[in-house]
Ligand binder design. Structure first.
Ligand code: S3P
Length: 181
């Protein structure tokens, strides 16, 4: 079944939040197949603004610099973007204006399930390498434990994505988001 949302009838952005590797990109791509949304990704925006990879930005400039770029993107999203599905990096939830950008949808899953999901992927090594904050899994778990309660506080909608194909998560998302249209 195709869930259609015609541009112009839905004013609010959808902001996908959640931990690294939870599947925000995959779910976003499925939402696009079944709706009229246009999608953007905050990490992609930052990479094109800087013309270099996130990994390089972290290595050369440090995390603080990256977070400043996220802040710039967050302001632009609030002021200039509508009717858009916005996938965010796992730390983007810290932006103070997040709730002003759109409906917040959390993709939720336990830490171990997220790591399993990444490891099962044919490009697992690449997926781990491109994320500086996943290089040490013990630290990443601490980060997950710190962040999860914050993600839950911010979320208007929570989707448990554990062991669910992306198209099912997308279907659930579009159904739940309808209430906010
Ligand atoms: C980060 C998550 C990454 C990326 C950067 C920092 C984080 O995005 O923004 O490496 O702080 O959790 P993904 O969640 O898409 O991996």
């Amino acid at each position: 079944m195709r869930y259609k949302f015609i541009i112009g009838t839905l004013m609010k952005n959808i902001v996908l939040i959640g931990f690294m590797g939870v599947g925000k990109g995959s779910v976003a791509r499925e939402v696009l197949k079944h709706s009229e949304y246009i999608a953007i990704d905050t990490d992609d925006l930052i990479e094109s603004m800087e013309n270099r990879k996130i990994k390089t930005i972290f290595e050369k400039e440090g995390e603080g610099y990256f977070r400043k770029l996220e802040k710039k993107v967050a302001k632009w999203l609030e002021n200039s973007v509508q009717n858009t599905l916005i996938s965010t990096g796992g730390g983007f939830y810290k932006q103070k204006n997040l709730k002003k950008i759109g409906i917040i949808v959390l993709l939720d899953s336990p830490f171990d399930a997220i790591i399993e999901r990444i490891k099962k992927h044919p490009n697992a090594e690449k997926k781990l390498k491109k994320r500086p904050l996943l290089s040490d899994l013990e630290k990443a778990k601490e980060l997950y434990n710190e962040r999860r309660p914050e993600y839950l506080k911010l979320a208007d909608i929570v989707i448990d994505v554990t062991d669910k194909p992306a198209f099912e998560c997308a279907k659930e998302l579009l159904k739940k988001v309808k209430k906010y249209a």
